[in-house]
Design a protein around this ligand. Structure first.
Ligand SMILES: Nc1ncnc2c1ncn2[C@@H]1O[C@H](COP(=O)(O)OP(=O)(O)OP(=O)(O)O)[C@@H](O)[C@H]1O
Ligand SMILES: [Mg+2]
Length: 230
């Protein structure tokens, strides 16, 4: 019988776009690989995709972190649904006369979960409440997979409210949060440690590790690697 070792599978989501999901996922992969652990990532849905910039696309950056060459085939294998318009994926798909086939997206993720040795990071798209079709958002995608979320947040004015709202939204769908990772892009209005302290104070019953990228021990919440099958 095949059973997923859910401990090794994480859905990387965020409070919104450009918070650093890809940057942090690449950093997690590199850090785990440097420890001799296996780590993979997929980015099933991407909008704003430009084949001429494949190397700097999310999928390209994730392939590089995995130590793999960037090619059209390699991109397609980890990022099968790519849309050109840099707008929410349901709208970007509609611009191309398409709709997102949620069952297919979920099936693709489940196949990757079954196949990937070691840790697997599934990068979402934008924030946790981004629409995927008329009825469903990224949150429904995470819930359908039954994996824990890793929530990447920024260190800007407003991040505490955005982060707490996102955690509440995930909790309302019974999605476990493995960790919140604070990613500072440029200098924030307060030190990252102060943002982390404020989040800890207000996270209440949603207790989970809150860490800064690359801080000592920042990946301690990631489980040990165990066999994928029994
Ligand atoms: N800590 C950081 N230091 C320097 N640059 C960063 C950092 N975090 C993110 N960036 C840069 O900011 C931009 C946005 O980050 P990233 O692409 O990882 O966001 P994202 O959440 O994955 O966005 P999307 O929703 O489009 O997938 C990128 O150009 C990335 O290289
Ligand atoms: Mg990204």
């Amino acid at each position: 019988m095949t059973s997923f070792n859910m401990m090794n599978h994480y859905f990387v989501t965020s409070t919104g776009t450009d918070m650093g999901k890809t940057y942090v996922t690449a950093a997690m992969i590199r850090a785990l690989r440097a420890q001799g652990r296996m780590a993979h990532a997929i980015k099933p849905l991407a909008s704003g995709y430009d084949a001429a910039q494949a190397a700097t696309s999310d999928a390209g950056m994730l392939l590089a972190a995995m130590g793999r060459a960037v090619s059209d085939e390699a991109i397609a294998a980890i990022c099968p649904w790519r849309f050109a318009a840099p707008i929410s994926p349901d709208m970007a798909a509609a611009r191309e006369g398409k709709a997102i086939d949620m069952a297919a997206v979920i099936g693709f993720c489940q196949a990757a979960m079954a196949a990937a040795p070691g840790h697997l990071f599934i990068e979402g798209v934008g924030g946790a409440m981004v629409p995927l079709d008329a009825a469903r958002t990224v949150r429904d995608w995470i819930a359908a997979l039954g994996v824990s979320a890793v929530v990447i947040v920024g260190n800007y004015l407003g991040t505490i409210s955005h982060t707490l709202c996102t955690l509440e939204a995930l909790a309302a769908a019974q999605i476990a949060v493995a960790a919140v990772v604070v990613n500072e892009q440029g200098e924030g209005p307060v030190p990252v440690a102060e943002t982390i302290a404020a989040l800890r104070q207000h996270q209440g019953g949603l207790a989970c590790p809150i860490v800064a990228v690359d801080a000592p021990g920042w990946l301690e919440w990631i489980g040990e690697q165990r066999p994928e099958r029994d």
